[in-house]
Design a protein around this ligand. Structure first.
Ligand code: ATP
Ligand code: MG
Length: 411
């Protein structure tokens, strides 16, 4: 027997769940296109090293979450766990560096092997943006404003907080790393096993741990802000001043580090307290070294990605869908004619629901059930006189009109 259930952590998307996701994407695309971003679509799988080398080999994604497999030619491939690495790969391999800045957006399925929970799936949808080639704070301000604008248009801005921090440049990061290692060495007995490994390989990653014992140690760790050099402090101050200017409220969260290796300077998250541990709906940051690391020039980048399922779970209202017009034939001739009329009306751009079987009563019940705005009732007698009946299903009002005036009536 074929197993009929979907793989753990994956879902069939249909009905109102799908409608809400479509709405999130439609609003998102509209917003980012207003900022001059253009859509890009990269393959759903890439060579494993595109992710393994660039996300950081101690990141949760690379150590535990990737769907990697060998194809029939023995090539190691990975279903993309996130969008940025593939897009930067595309940016370099298509020579887009010649024409800066480049503003791209994308959406599509991502894959991570993690424990499924509300708002956490193994296949999920991200919508995200990348702005390449601008190393000034203007870019940071613009992409954060764009994220905020997007959530505002979804009607969610009052439920989310903008959390922001700066990781500074390389000098600041090295500076901080040393202080952090000294501190963590003194607390090594209290750390989880994973974090002890991280301490050796990539100590900053410890700050991103979700283990309770680590969290207690992290609470008193040295603050990143105290290690930022002057350049990094100035950069961050300019970003914050820009957000102030636009009236975007934020909270500077000194503990925010983000889980991937490629971030520097600004990192941010838009967080709600309505989805439990899955409260981060949108997250991003600056990644100035990534293009070079992938073999391109030294080009700055910044971007964000949001979880489309998480955002759509926050939408309480069903999206407005276009209400159909029901077409209801009574009698044999009418049945045939209704095919023709439905086709003409649909070609004219109207949404027509054709009920396939049943008597008048049953078909009227069905029309109300699908929330039709009105019903076109075709009887053999009326048709013989070139007329039909149109019933408004909200008011109950009905009238006879000439068949040839039908399209006009609904336009
Ligand atoms: P989390 O801390 O929740 O695991 P993350 O830091 O791994 O999130 P990112 O890699 O920054 O997440 O991805 C950006 C956004 O994508 C998240 O803020 C979230 O909305 C969404 N997302 C990430 N992982 C999942 C998942 N497994 N299922 C659903 N949405 C997800
Ligand atoms: Mg995660």
């Amino acid at each position: 027997m074929v197993k009929l259930q979907t793989v753990r952590g994956t879902y069939d998307l249909y009905g109102s769940r799908k409608q809400k996701m479509k709405q999130v994407l439609a609003i998102g695309e509209n917003v980012v296109e207003n900022y001059g971003f253009e859509e890009i679509e990269t393959p759903i799988f890439e060579f494993t090293e595109v992710f393994a080398r660039n996300l950081g080999d101690t990141s949760d994604i690379v150590t535990k979450e990737m769907y990697s497999f060998e194809d029939k030619s023995g090539e190691s491939l990975t279903l993309r766990p996130e969008g940025t690495a593939g897009i930067v790969r595309a940016f370099v391999s298509n020579g887009m560096q010649q024409n800066l800045p480049v503003k791209l957006y994308y959406h599509g399925p991502m894959f991570r092997y993690e424990r499924p929970q509300k708002g956490r799936q193994r296949q999920f949808t991200q919508f995200g943006v990348e702005l390449l080639g601008v190393d000034t704070p203007q870019a940071d301000i613009e992409v954060i404003a764009m994220a905020y604008d997007f959530l505002q248009k979804l009607g969610l801005s009052h439920q989310v907080t903008v959390e922001i921090n700066s990781l500074g440049d390389k000098e600041s990061r090295d500076n901080y790393r040393q202080k952090l290692v000294d501190y963590l060495q003194n607390h090594i007995d209290e750390l989880s096993e994973d974090s002890r490994v991280r301490l050796d390989k990539n100590p900053l990653r410890v700050l991103d741990s979700k283990e309770q014992c680590d969290k207690q140690v992290i609470e008193n760790a040295p603050l990143y802000a105290d290690s930022l050099n002057e350049t990094s402090q100035k950069f961050f101050a300019q970003v914050l001043a820009g957000l102030d200017l636009l009236g975007i409220k934020y909270h500077v969260n000194n503990r925010l580090v983000r889980g991937l290796d490629y971030y520097n300077h600004t990192v941010f998250e838009l967080v709600t307290d309505e989805l439990g541990a899955q409260g981060t709906v949108l997250a991003g940051g600056r990644y100035n070294g990534l293009v070079e690391q992938m073999g391109g020039d030294n080009i700055a980048g910044i971007g964000w990605a949001c979880g489309v399922e998480r955002l759509s779970m926050l939408l309480d209202k069903e999206p407005d869908v276009k209400r159909p017009i029901a077409i209801i034939p009574i009698g044999e001739k009418a049945e045939k004619k209704s095919l023709e009329i439905a086709y003409q009306l649909r070609c004219a751009g109207l949404k027509i629901d054709q009920s396939y079987t049943g008597n008048l009563k049953k078909r009227m019940i069905k029309a109300n059930k699908i929330n039709a705005q009105s019903a076109i009732i075709l009887g053999d007698d009326e048709l013989a006189q070139g007329e039909i009946v149109v019933k408004n299903l909200d008011s109950g009002e009905q009238k006879k009109i000439a068949l040839k005036r039908l399209i006009e009536e609904f336009k």
